[in-house]
Design a protein around this ligand. Structure first.
Ligand SMILES: Cc1cc2nc3c(=O)[nH]c(=O)nc-3n(C[C@H](O)[C@H](O)[C@H](O)COP(=O)(O)OP(=O)(O)OC[C@H]3O[C@@H](n4cnc5c(N)ncnc54)[C@H](O)[C@@H]3O)c2cc1C
Length: 392
């Protein structure tokens, strides 16, 4: 008899778990509260315009290719992946623009043009990060289920390179004196909703990964990846139950034995996998005595949030696929949004212009423009109905 697994959530995490478990012979059901799969990696339709809800940068596509391969599938039968050049355009408050590329020579020419004093520093940074990445990468691929996993050779080899003590800005100051170059290598902390002054220095690997292996686009948007994953799940015999919210996990002693759905049904299973956010799951889905109490969860620090504009525009723009615009007083802004005060200015704006690469997202001559501005999270009360007008 096959072991039964219930997965709560059809985001990329839940779908990946389903693909891997199905390919190893488990019986899998995914319960998703929303009407469609994808979670934050889902899509949003506005008339003729199609938007990714969240993710727009695909890095290291080899990882997702490997998940498909482990499930007995070839990702290229499902989606078209294109590397972007330039990676993005960075526009600074003094009017300078910097367009790095996955092509090392082009990036070097661009650094010479914009920040000539930083070329040797950049080469030193690339060299050091390459050394670190090669020693850390194997540790990304091992499971961390118990303390014994931290004794595995892949983790022990990576440990000296992880440099968890300092901040990212601290690390970058050892390489670069030009503030523009430091911004180019640290703005990536926006991906995890942190400030470069608070993010751990190990995060410099993200900018290294972008410059070394590039940023990729999936035709139709990154939401196509989760759609493709749900097709693989169905093809392997898994079931995805959309519009089906899980109320809580049913346990016997310390073991999860099933789930209770919002509609009153109960489902028995041998295992339960939670793909929902950690803090939400702890306080809502787990009803037995918990390791993390509500008081523990309240004390924790949470990442900042984002203000999103999805604009269907009747024209095309002559600008790259990804654009980051930096304003003045960037550090003050980062402090304000991550220490959850009301921001005095918007010193970082990301504009996604995918129509320059992909004609499937809007009718001819039109563009789906996605604008993201980091803002404080909902731990601080802000009257967004009032404040939203200052963003338009
Ligand atoms: C604005 C934004 C931009 C981003 N940009 C990028 C990017 O460029 N590149 C990148 O790699 N990442 C990016 N990310 C991060 C990326 O979206 C997430 O890392 C990824 O979606 C997380 O996947 P997940 O499966 O863990 O969770 P999620 O995508 O959040 O999926 C969780 C799923 O669980 C479901 N769920 C929750 N509770 C229940 C319940 N009780 N019952 C049933 N279902 C439930 C939710 O509806 C959801 O579908 C971005 C995120 C945001 C918000």
């Amino acid at each position: 008899m096959k072991k039964k697994v219930a997965i709560i959530g059809a985001g990329p995490g839940g779908l990946t778990s389903a693909m891997l478990l199905l390919s190893r012979g488990y019986e899998v059901d995914i319960y998703e509260k929303d009407p469609a799969v994808g979670g934050r990696t889902g899509r949003f339709l506005l008339g003729d315009y199609l938007f990714d809800i969240g993710p727009t940068f695909l890095m290291l596509p080899g990882y997702i290719e490997e998940i498909f391969r482990l499930a007995g599938r070839n990702i290229h039968d499902y989606v078209e992946v294109t590397p972007l050049d330039p990676l993005y355009r960075l526009s600074y408050d003094d009017g300078t623009e910097f367009n790095p590329s996955p092509d090392m020579q082009k990036t070097m020419t661009e650094i010479k043009r914009v920040m000539p004093g930083e070329l040797d520093n950049y080469l030193r940074f690339r060299h050091d990060e390459s050394y670190r990445f090669n020693r850390i990468e194997r540790s990304f691929k091992i499971p961390y289920c118990s303390l014994y996993d931290f004794l595995r050779p892949a983790f022990i080899e990576a440990l000296p390179q992880m440099d968890v003590s300092g901040s990212l800005q601290g690390r970058l100051q050892k390489y670069f004196s030009d503030e523009k170059m430091r911004l180019a290598m640290t703005f990536q902390t926006k991906y995890i909703g942190m400030s470069p002054w608070q993010a751990p220095s190990a995060y410099s690997l993200i900018s290294y990964i972008e410059y070394q292996w590039g940023i990729h686009h999936v035709t139709g948007g990154l939401n196509r990846l989760t759609l493709a994953m749900s097709k693989v799940v169905a093809g392997l015999g898994g079931r995805v139950h959309t519009s089906t919210k899980v109320r809580h996990i049913i346990s016997k002693g310390k073991k999860a034995v099933g789930i209770a759905l919002e509609d009153g049904r109960t489902i028995e299973s041998d295992y339960v996998i939670i793909n929902a956010d950690f803090a939400y799951a702890m306080s809502n889905l787990i009803q037995t005595k918990r390791k993390y109490t509500d008081a523990d969860l309240k004390r924790r620090k949470y990442s900042c949030s984002t203000f999103m504009l999805y604009l269907g525009v009747k024209k095309k723009y002559d600008m790259p696929h990804h654009n980051l615009i930096f304003g003045e007083h960037f550090k003050d802004y980062m402090d304000e949004i991550t220490m959850t005060k009301r921001p005095s200015a918007q010193s970082l704006v990301y504009v996604h212009n995918p129509a320059v690469t992909d004609s499937t997202l809007a009718p001819e001559g039109k563009s789906p423009i996605y604008i993201l501005v980091p803002v404080p999270n909902n731990k601080v009360s802000i009257d967004w109905d009032k404040l939203k007008h200052s963003f338009t």
